[in-house]
Design a protein around this ligand. Structure first.
Ligand code: PEP
Ligand code: MN
Length: 347
């Protein structure tokens, strides 16, 4: 339920409503706007009738149900976009945040060479898998803690914050110690106990969309994180499974635009897993930016043909550098075009 306070409602009227919401077994989420305060009552087993009765409380203007099943991630309970700060990197501030690096961390040389190159090309964050969710149990499963240590060293040298996947509840503590941002992989999007555990740590989360998840399910997975107390969530569209087999997945561009319409959370795209083909990554990166993505996650390897995982979709270092130049040029051009249009707007 959303409780809209009257403009000019006093602090004690607002506090009374917050206290009543808590007494009724709901969480109170307060949004203080310039004109009025809006209070969300969110929860699954609260005493709804008593919240409705708050209509008669002093300072209350209207009480309306929250229309969407996902509440805290929706625009109804927050009216400004969420901006995630990771050191000096911002995600969701209107710029384009690029996370790049190998699918898997393989060796100190491989990681450092990639980290230096993506930094020089203008990437904002370093990605690299330490714990790998592989379809076959016989495929390379990741170097684990050794990889986390290498990521930490690469961060120390390049200054790039690190994002890496955490696959199980048991690893949340150690991964949070080393990483600046925790990735929940596509296959774990609906691992609700992992979501609850990650909601509890003081690290931003990159939540990938499950290969067969609807947009509603994806946003409800994000709702677990926000409801559990972690508001620093970035959504990542990484392609869904369709009848098409020519590409590894189908990058759902409309999902990027719709997620931005439905939620205040930043949305990024992963065109590497979204296509499975390196040659398509530049075009799909630009398409994702066109659809409104706040950032991109791109797999890069110094020698993709030797990669221990996802070589066919990994860009080589020169290819990534060219893509970054194009992306920055396009973003600059569109910002300048938008400024030009705004200055001509006479209405
Ligand atoms: C990855 O980022 O390397 C990865 C395994 O991604 P996804 O969960 O999207 O498949
Ligand atoms: Mn990968």
């Amino acid at each position: 339920m959303i409780i809209n306070m009257k403009p000019g409602a006093t602090e004690s009227e607002i506090n009374h409503v917050i206290d009543r919401i808590k007494e009724c077994n709901y969480q109170a989420h307060v949004i203080r706007g310039a004109e009025r305060t809006v209070i969300g009552a969110v929860g699954s087993n609260g005493r709804r009738n008593e919240i409705e009765a708050l209509q008669a409380a002093p300072g209350v203007e209207t009480i309306v149900p929250i229309a969407q099943p996902f509440k805290l991630v929706s625009w109804q309970l927050r009216h400004t976009p969420t901006i995630i700060n990771i050191g000096s990197v911002k995600i969701g501030d209107g710029g384009l945040t690029v996370m790049a690096g190998p699918c898997s961390v393989e060796s100190p040389e491989q990681l450092l060479e990639t980290a230096r190159a993506v930094k020089a090309a203008g990437a904002d964050m370093l990605r690299g898998g330490a714990y790998k969710p592989r379809t076959s149990p016989y495929d390379f499963q990741g170097l684990g803690i050794e990889a986390l240590q290498l990521l930490k060293e690469a961060r120390a040298e390049t200054g790039l914050p690190v994002v890496t996947e955490v696959m199980s509840e048991a690893d949340v503590e150690v991964v949070s110690e080393y990483a600046d941002m925790l990735q929940i992989g596509a296959r774990n999007m609906q691992n609700f106990s992992l979501l609850r555990r990650v909601a509890d740590v003081n690290r931003p989360v990159l939540l990938k969309r499950g290969p067969s998840a609807t947009i509603k399910e994806w946003l409800l997975a994000a709702e677990y994180l926000l409801a559990g107390g972690n508001k620093n969530v970035v959504l990542c569209e990484r392609g869904i499974r369709t009848f098409e087999t020519a590409t590894r997945n189908t990058l759902d561009l409309a999902a990027i635009a719709l997620a931005k319409e439905l939620s205040h959370l930043p949305v990024i795209a992963d065109p590497s897993h979204g296509t499975g083909l390196r040659s398509l990554v530049p075009a799909m990166s630009k398409a994702a930016v066109g659809a409104g993505a706040d950032g991109l996650m791109i797999e890069v390897h110094p020698c993709p043909e030797r990669a221990w995982s996802d070589g066919p979709q990994s860009m080589d270092l020169p290819g990534f550098s060219v893509l970054m130049r194009d992306l920055r040029k396009d973003v600059r051009a569109s910002t300048e075009a938008a400024r030009g249009a705004a200055s001509q707007d006479s209405c």
